[in-house]
Design a protein. Structure first.
Length: 75
């Protein structure tokens, strides 16, 4: 299986989080479509079938890629 570059993977997770927040605040058609697109790309990039599984897989891969540090934690 092809594996997404860690920087791309981190960017997808950040986009997913941002769009999820926007969707919760104001579920416009545009935001919903963008969230679906990012969810799909994140799933393909991690070899998973659901956004929840993709986020777990992305975190695991990113922790490995960044030497045990969690690059998704933002202070």
């Amino acid at each position: 299986m092809l594996m997404a570059h860690p920087v791309l993977l981190r960017n997808l997770v950040e986009q997913y989080r941002t769009l999820s927040r926007l969707h919760a605040e104001d579920a416009t058609t545009d935001v919903r479509q963008k969230l679906e697109d990012v969810s799909y790309t994140l799933c393909v990039s991690t070899g998973t079938r659901t956004p929840e599984a993709a986020l777990i897989a992305a975190r695991d891969r990113l922790v490995d890629a960044f030497g045990g540090e969690d690059p998704l934690l933002v202070a």
